[in-house]
Design a protein around this ligand. Structure first.
Ligand code: SR1
Ligand code: MG
Length: 396
């Protein structure tokens, strides 16, 4: 992955380039079946960063993702290509714990920065379902609770020796450009007057508070310290509802390019923040259902976390023998769960704030008439500020 190799061999693929690339890889071509000229190649790039295509042949389908040397939606914002490498690494690391809950990893080309995965054909992005008032947030929340808990235990010191956790950490410590995006877009920009920020005019008084309130700034700083220094497990790193695909009998987390070692509560908080925004944009019954799904998420996370903990391998370094005895173990794990949920509250507030006042906005309020959209966004933002300034999160 040296930069010399990158300059010589990398080129951005168009639809024909994607077809030729797959045709040159017999195992992938076989999955599609038939001659390459008969494959359909459809560009479906939707996120901010990468190019994505879906390919269909007579036997099957594939999803192809390629990094660009810039942010896809802003070519002036230059960016190294290595993000598909980290997404591939995340898929490989997460698969043993959540097989089926993420797309099957098929191939990564380190010169072209092309990642090939299973194509989730019948699935729709969860944020789109929520925006349309469709979909079943309760089932999704239950699954995501399970998946985040499995990853939290499976990729942490709870079930692995520190040597293995440090090796994993070493890989993802190099994911610097996307972690920089998170540090800037979530923890910094919304609290200053940054040219990337934009927001509905109805939010102006609250945004002024975001820039001036010292209690808010202390809480953000405390959460940023946790994010940067508390390397508890492997995180997805961008687990909002736009990173979740939902089909008839499948729920899968995609887009692991922001993966890093960090606090368990971060992924939980981003997911909860997404649900809170969707709830504030929704009407009566659906709104109640979405709020209810937050409790379902927490319950499902807690149950699965405790289950994984009780079945953990005996070589984890965060399960010392000095802790033996049921009561001691229970006390340790319940205080850890409390810490995770406390931090998740804080991170959920930051996710709401950045999606309403920063660079990459949430789609949930777009379908509402202008004035109502402003009102609902202000309600959601006030809620986030109240979460952030409660003593549990801000430290008083
Ligand atoms: C420039 S990238 C902006 C946002 O898009 C991604 O999905 C992440 O949420 C990131 O913060
Ligand atoms: Mg994404």
């Amino acid at each position: 992955m040296s930069s010399a190799v990158q300059i010589q061999t990398y080129r951005t693929l168009d639809a024909d380039g994607v077809r030729d690339f797959i045709a040159a890889h017999p195992a992938l071509a076989q999955r599609l079946g038939g001659p390459s000229t008969e494959w359909s190649v459809r560009e479906v790039s939707d996120g901010n960063l990468n190019m994505v295509w879906l390919l269909h042949g007579s036997h099957g389908s594939l999803c192809v993702k390629q990094s660009l040397p810039h942010v896809r939606v802003d070519p002036a914002w230059k960016m190294p290509l290595d993000r598909t490498f980290f997404e591939a690494a995340w898929l490989r690391a997460a698969t043993p714990f959540v097989r089926g809950g993420i797309p099957d990893f098929l191939h990564f080309d380190q010169d072209m920065y092309v990642l090939v995965t299973e194509c989730l054909d019948d699935c729709v992005i969860f944020s789109r379902l929520l925006s349309d008032g469709q979909g079943d947030p309760i089932s999704v929340a239950r699954e995501i609770g399970c998946l985040t808990a499995r990853l939290a235990v499976g990729t942490s010191y709870l079930s692995s020796p520190f040597e293995k956790v440090w090796e994993q950490e070493r890989v993802f410590l190099k994911n610097k450009s996307l972690t920089r995006i998170t540090v800037d877009l979530i923890f910094t920009d919304p609290y200053i007057d940054h040219p990337r920020n934009h927001f509905h005019p109805a939010l102006a008084p609250l945004v002024e508070r975001l820039r001036a309130d010292q209690k808010i700034h202390r809480a953000v700083c405390a959460l940023q310290q946790i994010f940067l220094t508390s390397k508890e497990c492997l995180l997805h790193g961008d687990l909002h509802a736009g990173s979740i695909m939902v089909g008839n009998d499948k729920i899968a987390v995609i887009d692991g390019e922001f993966a890093l070692s960090g606090p368990v509560g971060f992924d939980c908080g981003l997911f909860i923040g997404s649900l809170v925004m969707a709830a504030f944009s929704a009407e009566s019954v659906y709104r109640d259902q979405i709020f209810q799904s937050i409790d379902i998420f927490k319950e499902s996370f807690r149950t699965e976390f405790l289950g994984c903990w009780s079945r953990r391998p005996d070589n984890g370094d965060l399960a010392p023998c000095s802790l033996s005895g049921r009561d001691q173990e229970d006390a340790f794990i319940s205080s850890y769960l409390e810490k995770i949920f406390r931090e998740a509250r804080g991170f959920s507030a930051l996710e709401i704030i950045r999606r309403l006042t920063g660079y990459a906005h949430t789609p949930y309020f777009a379908h509402l008439p202008e004035a109502l959209s402003g009102e609902r966004q202000a309600e959601a933002l006030s809620f986030a500020l109240s979460l952030l300034t409660e003593d549990q999160v801000s430290g008083g």
